[in-house]
Design a protein around this ligand. Sequence first.
Ligand code: MTE
Ligand code: MO
Length: 416
Amino acid sequence: MFLSGELHRQHLEVTRRYFLQLGVAGVSALKVQSAWAELDQTILDEAAADMGYFTPQAEFGTVERGDPLPYTLPLTKRLEVGLERKTWTLDVVPDPNSNPEMEHPMSREKGNPLTFDGLMKLAEKHAVRFLKIMTCNNISTPLGMGLWEGVPLRNVIWATRPKANIRRLFYFGHHNNDPKQMFRSSLPIGRVLEDPPGDNPVMLCYKLNGQWLSGKRGGPVRMLVPDAYGFKSVKWLKTVILTNDFRANDTYADANNDIDSWMKTMSRFHLRPDKAKVGEPIPVTGWAQVGVGGLSKVQIWVNPKDNPWPEDDPYFTKAPWRDATILPPPTSWGGDLPGGRLPANVRFFDRNGRPERWPMRYTLAHWATLLKDLKPGAYDVRCRTIDENGIAQPMPRPFRKSGRNTIQRFSLAVEA
Ligand SMILES: Nc1nc2c(c(=O)[nH]1)N[C@H]1C(S)=C(S)[C@@H](COP(=O)(O)O)O[C@H]1N2
Ligand SMILES: [Mo]
């Protein structure tokens, strides 16, 4: 299963206190209304205090290939092929099929590959930690939300003293020496050497939520590409090739995927009751994946089933959408972090552990709302995001092979 049960459980925790504060549990509608009106910082802070935001490593959804899967090899074999920290190595070499110039390639063949110790040496100076949601362009729900740690890839690239004729990086992981099992991805050299302001570096990642990256999550070391869908973040990384080829060679190009797609902003429901009693406020919650466009709003629309929608408005842009509440950043972060606390030096967090802005791009934002005053009947409930450019989901990029972002719907019956 791709869908993470843990993501659901955490989300329940996140929103439970929020609704308790609003008096949903058995209190009169009037009181709920006044509580709603008095919705203030205290309530938001308390909601945040309950938030289990990160997904524990073992609870992530997984997309993987390999026969056998590299991390299921016996320990002796893992040691032999370099899939344990003790023996892990990375080749960073020129592409024999083009003319890249680098003075100091690193490879097993030459006896000077990057070792895990070497990586840790670089980490002493250059390690970075940042938040990123892992999401597959072909799956409608994110795989997990993590705090990832690693060394920016460019620090290793510069150590190989590249000189000229380098336009792209190809990279892949352990594949049982079987070309058919190779999972390849690639990046333009520019994205590796420089980050747009406010964005994070492409990195060689060795920790998730403060713990060593497990074999299942791609350890000892995986690539982590902050702004991209999951297929760019190659697991069991063993080889990086500098090339003068300007073309991508990604395995994911084969299945009609848009391999240059940066992450989209979209919303998904979590709590979606199929039935409710008339007069009771109805809690609805969900989360938003915050893509390149950022997130300014999450909105909800409750449409009576017998109210057909014009075909020339497939994205319901003319519907009476209403804003939901985007919840503030958590104060307890979950994800098996000791004490639920963030470590120091997380990118875009201040010295007191507060984020410089929220919601943050390429992460998750939780939201919640109450539906009120619905007459008995059958309804379709939909949610959507509005990005920081003011554009409503699924625009500006509705094509499914660039990342799933259809407007989600559920059926609600309000009973007399
Ligand atoms: N070596 C390797 N890396 C891989 C894959 C793979 O099959 N093999 N799958 C990719 C895809 S398509 C996705 S969506 C992400 C998923 O990461 P996760 O399994 O850690 O959630 O891993 C990527 N990295
Ligand atoms: Mo994927």
